[in-house]
Design a protein around this ligand. Structure first.
Ligand SMILES: NC(=O)C1=CN([C@@H]2O[C@H](COP(=O)(O)OP(=O)(O)OC[C@H]3O[C@@H](n4cnc5c(N)ncnc54)[C@H](OP(=O)(O)O)[C@@H]3O)[C@@H](O)[C@H]2O)C=CC1
Ligand SMILES: Cc1cn([C@H]2C[C@H](O)[C@@H](COP(=O)(O)OP(=O)(O)O[C@H]3O[C@@H](C)C(=O)[C@@H](O)[C@H]3O)O2)c(=O)[nH]c1=O
Length: 298
C-alpha cells in the first residue's frame, strides 16, 4: 500500500503524516505546494512538492510515485477568502480536484476526497450522508462541485469524507482553529465574542486523520461523515475550553451570528451524523473534552 497525501503541510495533512509515517507495510509520500514544513519533526519523511493546480505536476508526480491511494486534503479553506477570490477558490477546490480525480482513475488509484458540512444551507442538522446539499457560500459551492466532479469521474474508486469545524495543534504556522483561538485569546486576557446560534459537530484533527486512514485501508467507496459526535455551539465550545484550561470565562461574550459582517455567510445549523462510519469503518471519535485534553497535552 502506498498513500500519497496532498496538502500535507496543513492541519489534517500534518496529522495524517503523524499517523501514517510509522505504519508498517505502508509507503507514505507527503506532498504540498510549498516547502516541507514537517522536515523538523519527520526528517525521514518522503516529501514531494506538488501544487495540485499544476496539471503537469499532478500527472508527473502520480506517474513517478505510483501510489495505490491518494488522500486529497489540499484546498483553499479560508471561507471568507473564497468568497472574495472566487476564481482562485474554484481553481484550487474544483478544477484541481477534477483533474486529480481523472489522473487517479487513469492510474487505478483509490481517491479519498475531503469535503465539508458547508455544502449544506444550515437550515436543519445534524445530517446524514444522503441529505440534499444547498451551499450558501462560494467555498461551500466549490466543495460541492468538487464532490460532484469526484463522483462523476468514470472508472474512479472514490470515497468522500465530509467533516466539520476541525481543531487541533498545527505546527509551523497556518490557519488557527476554534480551540486554539479561544485558549490563546483568553490566555492573552483578550475579550472575544462567540456565537451561540451556530451548531457544529467539532472534529479533532487526529480523529479525522484516523477516519481517512480507515477509508484508505478499506478502499471505501461512497460518502462518509467523519467528524465529532457532539453537537455544540462555538459558545459552548469556548466555555468548555475556558473550563479545561482554567481561564477567565468572563472574557467570553455570548453573541449571535448577526454580530459579524463576514464576506461569506455561514450555515447556522450543520453537524453531521457518523453512524455509517461507525458501523462500516469502526470509526470512534474522541469526545470534545478528550479532544481538548489531547490539544493540551501537545
Ligand atoms: N478545517 C476545517 O474546519 C475543515 C476542513 N475541511 C476540509 O478538509 C481539508 C483539510 O482542511 P485543513 O487541513 O483544515 O486545511 P488547511 O488550510 O490547514 O490545509 C490545507 C493545505 O492545503 C494546501 N494547499 C492549498 N492549495 C494547494 C495547492 N494548490 N496545491 C497543494 N496544496 C495546496 C495548503 O498549503 P499551504 O500550507 O501552503 O497554505 C495547506 O497546507 C480541506 O479539503 C477542507 O476543505 C472540511 C471541513 C472543515
Ligand atoms: C472568528 C470567530 C469565529 N466564531 C465562531 C463562528 C464559527 O462557527 C466558528 C469558526 O469560525 P471561523 O470563521 O474561524 O471558521 P469557519 O470559516 O466558519 O470554519 C469553516 O472552515 C471551513 C474550512 C469548513 O469546511 C467548515 O466546516 C468550517 O469549519 O467560530 C465566533 O464565534 N467568533 C469569532 O470571532
Amino acid at each position: 500500500m502506498k498513500i500519497l497525501l496532498t496538502g500535507a503541510n496543513g492541519l489534517l495533512g500534518q496529522k495524517l503524516v503523524a499517523l501514517l509515517h510509522a505504519q508498517p507495510c505502508l509507503a507514505l509520500v507527503a506532498t504540498g505546494r510549498g516547502p516541507n514544513r514537517l522536515a523538523e519533526w519527520y526528517p525521514n519523511l518522503c516529501f514531494v512538492v506538488l501544487d495540485v493546480t499544476d496539471a503537469g505536476q499532478v500527472q508527473r508526480v502520480l506517474a513517478q510515485e505510483q501510489p495505490t491511494h491518494v488522500i486529497h486534503t489540499a484546498a483553499m479553506t479560508n471561507v471568507d477568502e473564497c468568497e472574495l477570490n472566487q476564481a482562485a477558490c474554484w481553481q484550487q477546490n474544483v478544477v484541481a480536484t477534477a483533474h486529480l480525480a481523472a489522473v487517479c482513475a487513469a492510474q487505478g488509484v483509490h481517491l479519498t476526497h475531503l469535503s465539508t458540512d458547508f455544502i449544506f444551507d444550515g437550515s436543519v442538522g445534524p445530517l446524514a450522508e444522503d441529505a440534499v446539499p444547498a451551499p450558501i457560500s462560494h467555498y461551500g459551492a466549490s466543495k460541492l462541485a468538487a464532490e460532484n466532479a469526484v463522483q462523476g469521474t468514470v472508472g474512479l474508486r472514490w470515497a468522500i469524507a465530509r467533516t466539520v469545524l476541525v481543531y487541533g495543534v498545527l505546527r509551523g504556522g497556518g490557519r488557527t482553529n476554534i480551540v486554539l483561538w479561544v485558549r490563546d485569546s483568553l490566555r492573552a486576557g483578550k475579550a472575544i465574542k462567540v456565537v451561540d446560534d451556530q451548531w457544529r459537530t467539532p472534529t479533532l484533527a487526529e480523529d479525522l486523520a484516523q477516519g481517512c486512514w480507515l477509508l484508505a485501508q478499506h478502499s471505501g467507496v461512497g460518502i462518509y461523515n467523519i467528524c465529532g459526535d457532539e453537537m455544540l455551539t462555538p459558545y459552548a465550545m469556548a466555555l468548555r475550553v475556558a473550563n479545561y484550561f482554567a481561564l477567565d470565562k468572563s472574557l467570553i461574550e455570548r453573541v449571535d451570528a448577526s454580530t459579524f459582517s463576514q464576506p461569506a455567510r455561514r450555515p447556522a445549523r450543520t453537524g453531521l451524523l457518523i453512524g455509517k462510519a461507525q458501523r462500516e469503518l469502526g470509526y470512534r471519535p474522541r469526545t470534545f473534552e478528550e479532544g481538548i485534553a489531547l490539544v493540551a497535552a501537545q
